[in-house]
Design a protein around this ligand. Structure first.
Ligand SMILES: Nc1ncnc2c1ncn2[C@@H]1O[C@H](COP(=O)(O)OP(=O)(O)O)[C@@H](O)[C@H]1O
Ligand SMILES: N[C@@H](CCC(=O)OP(=O)(O)O)C(=O)O
Length: 368
């Protein structure tokens, strides 16, 4: 991959590549992917693998149970994860390590930093990190839900240069090629807007989650962090040969020229808001330099329950999303302040705690 000059890449492998016949893990496609990983490492490129497929790999162990309950899918994931890790590990003569994550781990700044540190330490020691969502323990509130978005969060956490999403199609088409014979492949996307999302349909395979929509979300997350992103066909050996020749065999999403800073990116794309604060005021000036101007008297409403340190969404009174920021106050205290007629208590709180949100812990959102 001489032409690409990458130091660190994240490869995301979809379920259809792991268990194509849904009869346990198969080496049919994984062998080629494993050889690609070995060749990248031989070129000095650090590789992180985000591997889907635990449910698909484990499903053959529970053949008689249909329809599948959530508990059954979690059991499949628990059993299939073992088989999948064993399959990957067999291909390599270097060590690999399993990391199972939930969104709960990534949206908490301390746990996120700990995940980052672990990934960097593994890479420093030549160990291949193999990452999946921790399906067995996730709840609706805790899960990322698809490994496309998870891989983008991992790529950002790992400061990767490129994210390669290996799937069962050649890339992004102007419409689903499995439903429309006249669909056209788009080799290069320089800007992700509504028209790109409009092209993306759902998964049509029995094992995929999210289809193209989640891959575009992943590309948006990654490119805004300066990470070149590809959607590629992992079924075709040619894909890997072309990549090694420095060519684009699928769809490439070009990185932002001015990527977001790490902390702002995390707050925008990985942290999720636990509540909202509706404020009044003049927001014509950049909020990231004036966050501290939002004072308790300006609060109109506090929505949801959040604690100090959680991420909150700040909206203006006309509904515009202004920013995501670290809550310096709990929702309980803010509610009390907002409902209290006298400013004496809020002045006291501001003196002892400081501003409601701070300039350094804020991600300004595009007005919507
Ligand atoms: N515009 C599109 N271009 C390409 N594929 C699309 C498009 N819209 C929907 N798809 C579907 O997305 C599928 C890939 O997503 P998915 O099944 O979730 O794969 P994976 O398991 O690799 O994540 C394709 O097989 C295709 O059916
Ligand atoms: N965590 C799940 C995979 C979820 C997922 O996003 O699957 P896929 O669309 O095939 O990448 C599993 O291991 O089965």
């Amino acid at each position: 991959m001489q032409n690409f000059k990458w130091q660190r890449i994240v490869l995301k492998v979809g379920s259809a590549l792991i268990a194509p016949e849904q009869n346990g893990c198969s080496s049919r496609y994984l062998l080629t992917i494993a050889q690609f990983i070995v060749r990248c490492r031989a070129q000095g490129i650090e590789v992180i693998l985000v591997s889907s497929g635990s449910v698909a790999a484990g499903s053959h162990l529970f053949p008689e149970d249909k329809p599948r309950s959530v508990a059954l899918k979690k059991a499949m994931a628990a059993a299939g994860q073992m088989e999948m890790m064993a399959t990957w590990d067999r291909f390599f003569d270097f060590p690999s390590a399993q990391i199972l994550l939930t969104h709960g781990d990534l949206r908490d700044r301390e746990r996120y930093t700990s995940v980052r540190d672990t990934i960097f330490t593994l890479l420093d020691h030549g160990v291949l990190p193999v990452i999946n969502e921790n399906d067995t323990v996730t709840t609706d509130d805790l899960k990322v839900g698809d490994n496309d978005n998870l891989s983008a969060m991992v790529a950002a956490a790992a400061d990767a240069d490129a994210l390669m999403i290996f799937s069962d199609v050649d890339g992004l088409y102007d419409k689903n090629p499995n439903l429309h014979t006249d669909a056209v492949l788009l080799p290069e996307i320089s800007e992700i807007d509504e028209s790109i999302y409009a092209m993306a349909g759902c998964a049509t395979s029995a094992v995929g989650t999210g289809g193209m929509k989640t891959k575009i979300e992943a590309a948006e997350k990654a490119t805004s962090h300066g990470i070149t992103t590809f959607i590629l066909n992992g079924f075709k050996e040619q894909t890997f040969n072309l990549l090694l020749e420095g060519k684009n065999p699928g769809t490439i999403f070009l990185p932002y020229e001015k990527p977001m800073q790490e902390a702002v990116h995390w707050r925008t794309h990985t942290a999720s808001e636990q509540g909202e604060v509706i404020v009044e005021g003049d927001f014509s000036e950049p909020l990231d330099e004036n966050a501290e101007q939002i004072n308790p008297q300006g609060i109109i409403e506090v929505r949801g329950e959040f604690s100090v340190g959680d991420t909150i969404l700040v909206r203006s009174d006309d509904g515009t999303k202004l920013a995501k920021a670290r809550a310096n106050y709990s929702s309980c205290l803010l509610n009390f302040i907002a409902e209290n007629e006298t400013s004496e208590f809020s002045d006291e709180a501001q003196d002892s705690i400081g501003p409601i949100i701070s300039d350094e812990d804020i991600a300004v959102l595009e007005k919507s």
